[in-house]
Design a protein around this ligand. Structure first.
Ligand SMILES: Nc1ncnc2c1ncn2[C@@H]1O[C@H](COP(=O)(O)OP(=O)(O)OP(=O)(O)O)[C@@H](O)[C@H]1O
Length: 380
């Protein structure tokens, strides 16, 4: 049935709640071997908008959690409330086919015998809401697939197939979109190509997206909120800017440890191809990559690219200096290194230093320092 009801374009109604509540307990016992068993025990609150990254190492339980939400793990005990509706509690288990969700897998699971349009039509028929022409046009535009509709999956690149698969999931008009490492099967170039579509999706579709990933760069670019899993347990949840600056989480000494800060473009320096962005901790100059003035950008600052000084050194090539206070220091067990957590305005930075520098500069908690950030360290 056709309808032009543009008000139904995947927006939440006023009575729907701002959060998703989820709590699951599930155990897999393999061959009665305790070493070979896995337990998931998660209790979390997720905002009912934007992208929440479910982040963790391989085997930490990310896919299992998505499967619980989708109702694909009937032995999982727990509670699930989405947009004010109870999908599961102690006495009730809504079957998968009644859960209003879109699911996107690592490999786009399109029907090979149908064109892209045929695949989308299939979703439209499956939706329990009337066809919405405005939504259809919006989804085609967001995913940039208007020109691909007559092609069969074999005539699409991996990235294009995945864009069609995401559009198909949205045309079911779900209350939530679940994405399980949707870029994992793509090479780096295809991944870079599809990321802007996912950003557009996040900014234009008003349903929550739970996005499984173990790639820090994807999380930094896409997610506002994160659930961090380790061995089936939730070890951290919250705003990505807060969670990724914590020193008490595993893996903090890895090469790509860093923080994510949202900033606003203030001005451009055409001569040197730079732009100045501002956040609560000050201004940063970074490579101009085509953003417009007043646009909000995310910058990722890696711990290895920050050095500390006790004064604002003017004779260094470093473009960015921020006044900071040291709030926490963590030393790695066997290494010569330490991580320093710094407060800059309302944000946090991490700096990786040698313990020798720390001692030499007498850096201790509470000390006021200058954080020197290489402008090249800011990735977007
Ligand atoms: N049906 C099953 N029966 C038994 N064990 C299972 C089953 N499904 C998953 N597991 C185990 O549960 C654990 C968590 O798996 P899961 O796929 O959720 O992890 P993940 O974090 O998504 O990993 P990856 O990033 O590698 O996809 C793993 O140890 C896995 O072997």
């Amino acid at each position: 049935m056709m309808s032009n009801n543009s008000e139904a374009t995947l927006t939440k109604s006023a009575c729907q709640t701002e959060h998703i509540q989820l709590a699951f307990n599930l155990s897999y016992h393999r061959q009665d071997n305790a070493k070979d068993s896995f337990s998931l025990s998660i209790n979390a609150t997720v905002p009912a908008k934007g992208i929440t990254a479910i982040f963790g190492h391989s085997g930490s339980g990310k896919t299992t959690l998505l499967r619980c939400i989708a109702g694909l793990e009937p032995s999982a005990k727990g509670q699930l409330q989405i947009a004010g509706d109870t999908w599961q509690d102690d006495n009730y288990f809504m079957p998968t086919h009644k859960r209003s969700l879109g699911y996107v897998f690592q490999e786009a699971s399109l029907f090979d015998h149908l064109t892209a349009k045929g695949n989308l039509d299939f979703a439209i028929k499956r939706a329990d809401k009337p066809f919405d022409q405005a939504l259809y046009q919006k989804v085609l535009m967001i995913m940039g697939i208007e020109g691909l509709l007559s092609r069969f999956p074999s005539q699409l690149s991996g990235g294009e197939r995945q864009r069609v698969a995401i559009a198909r999931a949205l045309l079911i008009q779900p209350q939530i979109l679940l994405m399980d490492e949707p870029l994992a099967a793509l090479d780096l170039a295809r991944k870079q190509e599809i990321l802007p579509y996912l950003e557009k999706l996040r900014d234009n579709i008003d349903i929550p997206i739970l996005y499984v990933s173990h790639a820090m760069d994807e999380v930094a670019r896409l997610a506002d909120h994160t659930l961090m899993l380790e061995k089936g347990q939730l070890i951290a949840q919250g705003e990505v800017s807060q969670v990724f600056s914590r020193l008490d989480l595993p893996g903090q000494f890895q090469q790509d440890t860093g923080v994510i800060i949202k900033a606003q473009v203030l001005e451009k320096d055409e001569q040197w191809h730079l732009m100045r962005v501002a956040f609560s901790g000050g201004d940063l100059w970074l490579k101009d990559s085509g953003e417009t003035v007043s646009q909000t950008v995310r910058v990722r600052v890696l711990a290895r690219d920050i050095s500390l000084a006790l004064s604002a050194q003017q004779d260094s090539s470093i473009l960015n200096r921020l006044q900071a206070s040291v709030i926490e220091i963590k030393e790695d067990n066997n290494e010569a290194l330490a991580l320093v957590r710094l407060q800059v305005g309302e944000e946090f930075l991490l700096a990786r230093l040698t313990r020798r520098s720390l001692a030499h500069l007498q850096i201790t908690v509470g000390k006021q320092v200058w954080a020197q950030v290489k402008s090249v360290a800011i990735v977007y």
